[in-house]
Each structure stands twice: as structure tokens, then as C-alpha cells.
Ligand binder design. Structure first.
Ligand code: CAA
Ligand code: NAD
Length: 296
């Protein structure tokens, strides 16, 4: 089955990138948000990225115009009726995702493939809210979507091989590299990454090192592009907190448990870069470590 029209649910950090990549690879793309303010914000972040690419000479104004022409926004779920593939990138909450997929199932044709960008939830459990078990998969993109090469294609025991093939072909056409994983919480990458970033918080809590030194340790000692505390701010501390709780519920292993400091920061509304404060304070340029966190 050829994917021509792509629907994206959510135009936040991930949804905006997923929509951009779909439109850039020549697909008619429709992204749905819950209110006009959030939709405008997400589309503006795409515009900004496209304008920068033209400034840097990496894209022509004609290419920029073609991407914009492929990309539309909506507030109505019904507008996604004729999509061949719908990729969901909304809040990491099973009940909200199930409710949205259940409603969408009645709107889209039976051939349409539904995909979730979840970081940690069960694809099988989401699939059960629809009547298309064979055509329900995970498509796990990485942040920032326009830059990161990988997409995990996640199959459940009920996914039809043809749906996996169509998803792999779509990911490849979108310029990404697919890897196939079975439906286990966190799939391949977050199974390994989440305990690591949570351990960085535990190291900070236990006073092993300062915010800067923990980050510098992994940047300079292991050549990571950003330190784990910077990465946490980048992913979003609210999203990481959801992910940790879900993975801990699944595996009951301490390495997935959200550290108390993460919980306190989320309670305080410190979600990282997107809210202006997390392990770093982004009101300063360059951002400065939020040393109030560790009382020093
Ligand atoms: N959106 C779009 N493009 C972006 C971007 C963004 N948010 N941030 C950076 N870029 C682009 C820049 O425009 C630049 O493009 P050009 O090469 O064309 O100029 C390029 O990326 C490199 O950016 P910079 O030079 O500004 O900065 P950098 O070299 O430090 O790279 C980075 C930035 C790519 C984010 C890099 O720091 C990095 O790879 N960090 C690690 C990211 C990572 O681990 N992501 C996975 C998160 S976990 C996840 O996603 C899974 C989950 O379920 C939680
Ligand atoms: P985000 O908070 O930036 O964006 C979520 C957006 O979804 C919000 O704008 C919200 O208004 C919108 N939304 C909520 N309910 C909606 C609905 N019913 N229909 C349409 N839009 C709705 O979150 P995010 O970081 O983009 O994460 C989205 C998903 O992607 C989560 O499942 C997350 O686990 C996953 N993910 C996140 C990252 C990351 O680094 N942040 C990486 C990979 C996967």
C-alpha cells in the first residue's frame, strides 16, 4: 500500500517535527492540535526551521514553498478521514491515546494504518481501542525529528507483515533509517537510554558531581553530543516522568523508577527547555546550571 496522505496528531515537540518530515518527503500532510494557539505555535516552529535552512543555503525558497504547500493544520479529527497513515504524537498518557485512536477508528477508512510515536506505552494496548489490529504499529521518532536518523518500527503480535513493510517504506522515503522492534515497553532505544538518564539524576541527588560536571563527563568522556541532564531538559522532564513511571510499572525494576528530584521538578512546573527551566535556566544565554536544585 502506498502512503500518499499523512495525518499527524499533536503539533508539540515531536508532532511538529514528524509533520515537517512528512511534508518534506512530498506527502500531503495534515496535523491536528487541540487549540489554535498550540497549532500556530507548532507550525511557527516548522516555519522557523525551514527559513533557517534557506538562510544557510541548505534549501531553496522553492523547496521551502513546496514543503509549506504540502502542510496544513486543523483542529478537527474528522479532517483526517482520507489519510493513509496517521501518526500520533500526543501526551504520553494511555487513556488519552486510546480515546483518540478509538474516535479516529470510526473516521478513517479500514485500510489506513495507525501509528503511535509513544516512547514507552504498549502498542498492543493502544491497538485494542480500534478495530484494526493488523494495521496498527509503533513509529518511534527521535528528538529533534528533522535531524535524528532513526525510527523504530514496532510490531505487535497482530500486526500484518504488509503494514510493517508499508511503514518501513514510508520511513525510508522520509529519509530515515528504520529498525524493527517488538512491542516491549521502551522498545530498543529507550530500554537502554532511560535507565542511563535517570541514573544521571540519581548521581546528582547523591552529590557525585555537579550539573556541569555530570554533563561534561559524558560529553567529553564518552563523546555524547549532549550531557544526560541537558538531554533530559531537551526531551522534557514531564515526558520523561511519564515514561519512567510507565516503564517502572512494566518492569518493576529500580533502574526505571523516577527519582524523587525528577518528580519534584515536574511538580514545580520545571519541564526543561520548553518551560524555560529544568536542570538549566534557559532565561540566560548561554543557559546556566540550576544549582538551586542541589542546594549549592
Ligand atoms: N529542530 C530541527 N533542527 C535542529 C534542532 C531542532 N530542534 N536542533 C538542531 N537542529 C539542527 C541545526 O539546525 C543544525 O542543522 P545544520 O547542520 O543544517 O546547520 C544541526 O541540527 C546541528 O545543530 P547545532 O549545530 O545547533 O547543534 P549540535 O551540533 O549541538 O546538535 C543536536 C544539536 C542534533 C540536538 C545534538 O546535540 C544531539 O544529537 N543531541 C542528542 C539528541 C538525542 O539524543 N536525541 C534523542 C532523545 S531521546 C528520544 O528522542 C526518544 C524518546 O522517546 C524520549
Ligand atoms: P509535547 O507535550 O511537546 O506535545 C504534545 C502535544 O499533543 C501538545 O501540543 C498537546 O496539545 C497535543 N495534544 C494532546 N492531546 C491531543 C489530541 N487528542 N489531539 C491532538 N493533539 C493533542 O510532547 P512531545 O514531547 O511532542 O511528546 C509527544 C509523544 O512523543 C509522547 O508520546 C512522547 O512520549 C513521544 N516522544 C517524545 C520524545 C521527546 O524527546 N520529547 C521523543 C520520542 C517520542
Amino acid at each position: 500500500m502506498e502512503i500518499r496522505k499523512v495525518g499527524v496528531l499533536g503539533c508539540g515537540l515531536m508532532g511538529s517535527g514528524i509533520a515537517q518530515v512528512a511534508a518534506q518527503s512530498g506527502h500531503a500532510t495534515l496535523v491536528r492540535e487541540v487549540n489554535q494557539g498550540l497549532l500556530d505555535k507548532g507550525l511557527a516552529s516548522i516555519d522557523k526551521f525551514l527559513a533557517k535552512s534557506v538562510e544557510k543555503g541548505k534549501a531553496t525558497p522553492e523547496q521551502q514553498a513546496a514543503v509549506k504547500a504540502n502542510l496544513k493544520g486543523t483542529l478537527k479529527l474528522e479532517d483526517l478521514a482520507d489519510c493513509d497513515l496517521v501518526i500520533e504524537a500526543i501526551v504520553e498518557d494511555l487513556a488519552v491515546k486510546r480515546e483518540t485512536f478509538g474516535a479516529l477508528d470510526k473516521i478513517c477508512g479500514p485500510e489506513a494504518i495507525f501509528a503511535s510515536n509513544t516512547s514507552s506505552l504498549s502498542i498492543t494496548e493502544m491497538m485494542r481501542s480500534t478495530n484494526r489490529p493488523g494495521r496498527f504499529i509503533g513509529l518511534h521518532f527521535f528528538n529533534p525529528v528533522p535531524v535524528m536518523k532513526l525510527v523504530e518500527v514496532v510490531r505487535t503480535v497482530a500486526t500484518e507483515p504488509a503494514a510493517v513493510d508499508a511503514a518501513v517504506a514510508y520511513v525510508t522515503r522520509a529519509g530515515k533509517t528504520p529498525i524493527v522492534a517488538n512491542d516491549a515497553s521502551g522498545f530498543i532505544v529507550n530500554r537502554l537510554l532511560v535507565p542511563f538518564i535517570l541514573d544521571a539524576i540519581r548521581a546528582l541527588e547523591e552529590g557525585v558531581g555537579s550539573i556541569q560536571d555530570i554533563d561534561a563527563g559524558m560529553r567529553l568522556g564518552c563523546n555524547h553530543p549532549m550531557g544526560p541532564l541537558t538531554l533530559l531538559d531537551f526531551v522534557g522532564l514531564d515526558t520523561t516522568y511519564y515514561i519512567a513511571n510507565i516503564m517502572f510499572d512494566e518492569f518493576r525494576e529500580k533502574r526505571f523508577a523516577p527519582p524523587p528530584l525528577l518528580k519534584r521538578m515536574v511538580q514545580a512546573g520545571w519541564y526543561g527547555k520548553k518551560s524555560g527551566k529544568g536542570f538549566y535556566d534557559y532565561s540566560k544565554e548561554p543557559p546556566v546550571p540550576n544549582n538551586a536544585l542541589v542546594g549549592r
